[in-house]
Design a protein around this ligand. Structure first.
Ligand code: NAD
Length: 350
C-alpha cells in the first residue's frame, strides 16, 4: 500500500503531518513517501509539478495532499502557479471523479450560518467532473483583437466523459438514498444540453435511482434554501467547483470537509476541500480534521479498508463529542485546541 504524501503550501504541511500520524497509528503496512507540489515545488525546482513528484505519484496507489498556493506565488506566470501543479497532477493521473461529502456533525450544527433546522442532519455528496470542461478546454487565452484585449475559454465535454462521471454518481447514489440530482445549464449552454441527454440515456440502467435535473442557478439557490432535499448531486467541473464550496459552507467549517478524486481503478488523490489558508499558516491553529477524514476516504476507496476508515471517522466524531475544537469551529463552552493537540486527541480516540 504505497501512499505519496504531498504536503504542499501554507497550512498543508501542518495538517498532512496529523493525517500521517493517524495512518501510521493503524495496524496497516503503508509505504509513505513525501514529495513537493505547488509553491514549495516552484521555489525548489522552478516547476509546480516536478518530474520527481510526478514519478512518485504515478507509482503510488494513493496520494494524500495538503493544499497548494499562496500570495507569494500569485504574480508568477500562469504556467508556474501552484494551481497548475494541482491541475497537472489531476490530469496526469486521470482523476476524473471528485467526491465531496458535506456532512453536518450534530455537535457543529451552530457553526453553520443557516438555521439549525435547515441544516441539522445534512448529509450530501457532490460528485464533480474534474478533468474536462472549460477549465481544460482549448483554445483559451488573452489576446489583443481589434485594438482591445480579448479573453476567451472553451467549454466542452465528450459523451464518454459525461457517461463515466454519471456512472460514478449513479453508483454512489445506489449506496446512499438513491436520489441523484444532475446539475446543468441546458437552457443556455449546448455542452450541458448534451450532459442532460446523456444522463437521461443512462437512467434506465439504474431504475433503482431517482434521477432529477436542476439548472445550476436554481441549484445554488436550493442549496441554501433547503439543502436536505439533496442526496447525491452530479455536475461538471466549473459548476461543481462552485457548488461544492457552497455546500461545504453549509456545514459551518471548510476545515471539516474531506474529498476524494478517483480514476477508473480507484487510484485516488485525497485532500481537504479547503485551500492553503495562508492567513493562519505556520501558527499551529489549522483544523486537521478535513485531512484526517480525507485519509479515511483513502482507506475506504483505494484500499477497501472499510473498517479502518470507520475507525478514523469514529475517532473524529468522538473528539467532537469530547468538545475539542480548533479556532474555526470553536464555540464558548468547548475546548480550543491547536492542530497538534487535535491530532493527539484523534490518536487517543483511535
Ligand atoms: P482557503 O480555503 O485557503 O481559506 C479560506 C478561509 O478558511 C481562510 O480564512 C482560512 O484561514 C480558513 N481555513 C481554510 N482551511 C482551514 C482549516 N483547515 N482550519 C482552519 N481554517 C481554515 O481559501 P482561500 O483563502 O481562497 O485560498 C488561499 C490559497 O489556497 C490560495 O492561494 C488558493 O489558490 C489556494 N487554494 C488551494 C486549494 C487546493 O490546494 N486544493 C483549494 C482552494 C484554494
Amino acid at each position: 500500500m504505497k501512499i505519496c504524501v504531498l504536503p504542499g503550501d501554507g497550512i498543508g504541511p501542518e495538517i498532512t503531518a496529523e493525517a500521517v500520524r493517524v495512518l501510521r497509528a493503524l495496524d496497516l503496512k503503508f509505504e509513505l513517501e513525501e514529495a513537493l507540489l505547488g509553491g514549495s515545488a516552484v521555489d525548489a525546482t522552478g516547476s509546480p509539478y516536478p518530474e520527481a513528484t510526478s514519478k512518485l505519484a504515478r507509482e503510488a496507489d494513493a496520494v494524500l495532499l495538503g493544499a497548494v498556493g499562496g500570495p507569494k506565488w500569485d504574480t508568477l506566470p500562469r504556467e508556474q502557479r501552484p494551481e497548475r501543479g494541482l491541475l497537472g497532477i489531476r490530469k496526469e493521473l486521470g482523476l476524473f471523479a471528485n467526491l465531496r461529502p458535506a456532512i453536518l456533525y450534530p455537535e457543529l450544527a451552530n457553526a453553520s450560518s443557516l438555521k439549525p433546522e435547515i441544516v441539522a442532519g445534512l448529509d450530501i455528496l457532490i460528485v464533480r467532473e474534474l478533468t474536462g470542461d472549460i477549465y481544460f478546454g482549448q483554445p483559451r487565452g488573452i489576446e489583443v483583437r481589434n485594438g482591445e484585449r480579448y479573453g476567451f475559454n472553451t467549454m466542452h465535454y465528450t459523451e464518454s466523459e459525461i457517461r463515466r462521471i454519471l456512472r460514478v454518481a449513479f453508483e454512489a447514489a445506489r449506496k446512499r438514498n438513491r436520489k441523484l440530482c444532475s446539475v446543468d445549464k441546458m437552457n443556455v449552454l449546448e455542452t450541458t444540453q448534451l450532459w442532460r441527454d446523456v444522463a437521461n440515456e443512462l437512467a434506465p440502467e439504474y431504475p433503482d435511482v431517482e434521477l432529477t435535473h436542476m439548472l445550476v442557478d436554481n441549484a445554488a439557490m436550493q442549496l441554501v434554501r433547503a439543502p436536505k432535499q439533496f442526496d447525491v448531486m452530479v455536475t461538471g467541473n466549473m459548476f461543481g467547483d462552485i457548488l461544492s464550496d457552497e455546500a461545504s459552507m453549509l456545514t459551518g467549517s471548510i476545515g471539516m470537509l474531506p474529498s476524494a478524486s478517483l480514476d477508473e481503478n480507484n487510484k485516488g488523490l485525497y485532500e481537504p476541500s479547503h485551500g492553503s489558508a495562508p492567513d493562519i499558516a505556520g501558527k499551529g491553529v489549522a483544523n486537521p480534521l478535513a485531512t484526517i477524514l480525507s485519509a479515511a476516504m483513502l482507506l475506504r476507496y483505494t484500499f477497501a479498508q472499510e473498517e479502518a476508515a470507520q475507525r478514523v471517522e469514529g475517532a473524529v466524531k468522538k473528539v467532537l463529542a469530547q468538545g475539542y475544537r480548533t479556532g474555526d469551529i470553536f464555540e464558548p463552552g468547548t475546548k480550543r485546541v491547536g492542530t497538534r493537540e487535535m491530532g493527539d486527541a484523534v490518536l487517543a480516540a483511535l
